[in-house]
Design a protein around this ligand. Structure first.
Ligand code: FES
Length: 238
């Protein structure tokens, strides 16, 4: 494999010629925050949280999609970079429900953790008016709250590229963009394999697994049924 040498934050790093800056940085133990990126999915470069300064580029570049080059000098933590990241997170939070402490994902939410890492206590912006969405709990395994969706597209990619299902896709445009099922049907009405992958890659509480504990226990306690408990849903074997 052909390797190249670059410098990240003053540290000499060797990386495969076709690597991205993010991959090179992570291989050297240098942290760059990400949201839309997931190591098991194709990168999309959508959220711009992973921006860095790199020689040869006139603006900040998204490190998850920007390729390394021989002799490149990268800076991942300058004032300019941090200001851009703060802006990205503040804009996301401006239109995000402020119920973190009551959210099922609290403590395990990537957006919440990144905001904390950036020391964000106040948001400078007020969110714009958007079409309101109700919580969709129609799927036997998943609960979907579109108000918490940050449009990272991870659910779309994992469902399409890993599961081969394509339950989700982007719909509408600009500020009104949403992640939608076909014809905006409820999740309980679409062809879903109940694999739970969309919930596992969702960085926020937009898609979470339904807590079926009670249902599973009552089935287990029914002497006429044997229950195999899977990730979701519980499968009954008569
Ligand atoms: Fe790179 Fe979103 S993580 S653009």
């Amino acid at each position: 494999m052909e390797m190249i040498t670059l410098t990240i934050n003053g540290q000499t790093v060797q990386a495969p010629k076709n690597a991205t800056i993010l991959e090179a940085a992570r291989s050297a133990g240098i942290h760059i925050p990400t949201l839309c990126y997931h190591s098991e999915l194709a990168p999309e470069g959508a959220c711009r949280l992973c921006v860095v300064e790199a020689t040869g580029a006139r603006t900040l570049v998204a490190s998850c999609v920007y390729p390394v080059a021989e002799g490149m000098v990268v800076k991942t933590n300058t004032d300019k970079v941090r200001a851009a990241r703060r802006m990205v997170v503040e804009l996301l939070l401006a239109n995000h429900p402020k119920d973190c402490l009551a959210c099922q994902k609290s403590g395990d939410c990537e957006l919440q953790n990144i905001a904390a890492d950036l020391g964000l206590r106040k948001i400078r912006f007020e969110g714009g008016a958007r079409k309101a969405h109700t919580i969709d709990a129609s799927n036997p395994c998943l609960v979907r709250d579109q108000e918490k969706c940050i449009l990272c597209g991870r659910c779309i990619r994992v469902c399409r590229d890993v599961q081969g299902m394509s339950v989700y896709s982007f719909a509408e445009r600009g500020f009104d963009t949403i992640v939608s099922t076909a014809f905006e049907q409820d999740l309980g009405k679409v062809e879903c394999s109940y694999c739970g992958q969309c919930a596992s890659v969702c960085p926020t509480g937009a898609i979470v697994e339904k807590d079926d504990t009670e249902k599973v226990w009552s089935a287990i306690n029914d002497p006429d049924k044997i229950v195999i408990v899977q990730t979701a849903p519980a499968v009954r074997v008569a």
